[in-house]
Design a protein around this ligand. Structure first.
Ligand code: DAH
Length: 357
């Protein structure tokens, strides 16, 4: 019995898993297990022998059963420990330093522009960045042979010769949103459309991707005077100063008649750009009265309605307002630049709270 006891207790203590334990249980105390067979022999013993062997065998059976239970418990605990160890996560680790992200000047300025025009009753409209050449050009009175197509350094989407879809371009301006909005909403309307535009151009004030805000107001009785007032109000509110000097220059765009370009007085000194003083002018927008053909392309009757439109360079006015001398740095993703020129995430620009603080 001592031999049996040692054999099983040692084996149980060493059992690697629950299957091995079950095998041991069957061979030791199962119906035909060694201990059970020994118990059957009790009948052949003398009463005296039985009195000694009976309780001893029962005790052995109990001992083996408790060793099995203990081992099972230990294996379960070990498995749980192992799982807890591999799935462990130290939630007490500090978050990554104080390195908060910042709002990019382009996003900030877009919000500022939107807040100002929203206050004047303009809603925000959107259009696709990959545009058909009809919306980007034809509908805006820029037919196929027009030099403006070449001037714009357009990016064309690659097409195989047998592709039957209409030609697509990366939109060169936000003006196609005028057409889409007229078609979708009809007149009267008052919208701005901020967004990305693309042209193959690269220097200190040009990048292949940049940002514009289109403006469009259509009603029954709108003139250049409304356009001029709206732009002056905008510029004063945006630069948060009263002494901004604007220059309206007669110009030409196929989609407006008459047309005007607007420049802002500024100076570039030692690489610093200052607005409102100096002998330089920076062009910030094109504008004019919407051409009748453009209204027609937007399914609006030019004998009933007219309107003004403008296209403003967001990046340009961001450079001017925040004294950022090189446009290319806007899109370099240099963390030092972003931390220096970025804005706090919670400073959402509003007219009542102050635009840029
Ligand atoms: N689309 C023109 C450009 O990107 C800017 C522009 C000029 C927009 C006159 C207008 C406008 O709406 O009336 O150069």
């Amino acid at each position: 019995m001592t031999e049996l006891r040692d054999k099983y207790l040692t084996a149980i203590a060493a059992a690697p898993d629950e299957d091995a334990l079950e095998d041991l249980r069957v061979t030791a105390v199962g119906k035909k297990g060694e201990v059970s067979l020994k118990m059957r022999e009790l009948g052949k013993m003398t009463p005296e022998e039985r009195q000694v062997a009976g309780p001893a065998l029962n005790a052995l059976k109990d001992e083996i059963n408790s060793a099995l239970a203990a081992r099972k418990q230990a294996l379960g605990d070990a498995a749980l420990d192992e799982r807890l160890r591999t799935e462990w996560l130290d939630v007490s680790l500090p978050a990554r330093g104080r390195r908060q992200g910042t709002i990019h000047p382009i996003s900030q300025v877009s919000e500022e522009v939107t807040a100002i025009f929203a206050d004047m009753g303009f809603a925000v409209a959107e259009g696709p960045q990959i545009e058909t050449d009809w919306y980007n050009f034809d509908a805006l009175n820029i037919p196929g042979h027009h030099p403006a197509r070449a001037e714009m350094d357009t990016f064309y989407m690659h097409r195989s010769a047998d592709d039957e879809r209409p030609p697509h371009v990366l939109r060169t301006h936000t003006s196609p949103v005028q057409i889409r909005t007229m078609q979708a909403q009809g007149a009267p309307l008052r919208i701005i459309a901020p967004g990305r535009v693309y042209r193959a151009d690269y220097d200190q004030t040009h990048t292949p991707m940049f940002h514009q805000v289109e403006g469009l107001a259509i009603d029954r009785d709108i003139s250049m005077a409304n356009l001029k007032w709206t732009l002056e109000e905008f510029v004063k509110a945006f630069f948060e100063v009263d002494n901004v000097e604007l220059r309206f220059r007669a110009s030409h765009f196929p989609f407006t008649e008459p047309s005007a370009e607007v420049d802002i007085r500024c100076s570039w000194q030692d690489g610093t750009l200052k607005v409102g003083e100096g002998d330089d002018w920076l062009e910030i927008l094109g504008s004019g009265m919407v051409h009748p053909k453009v209204l027609e392309a937007g399914n609006i009757d030019p004998s009933q309605w007219q309107g003004f439109a403008f296209g403003l360079g967001i990046d340009r006015i961001a450079m001017l307002k925040y004294g950022i001398p090189d446009l290319r740095a806007f899109f370099d993703s240099d963390l030092r630049w972003l931390r220096h020129y970025g804005f706090a995430g919670l400073d959402v620009p509003t007219l009542h709270g102050g635009l840029s603080r």
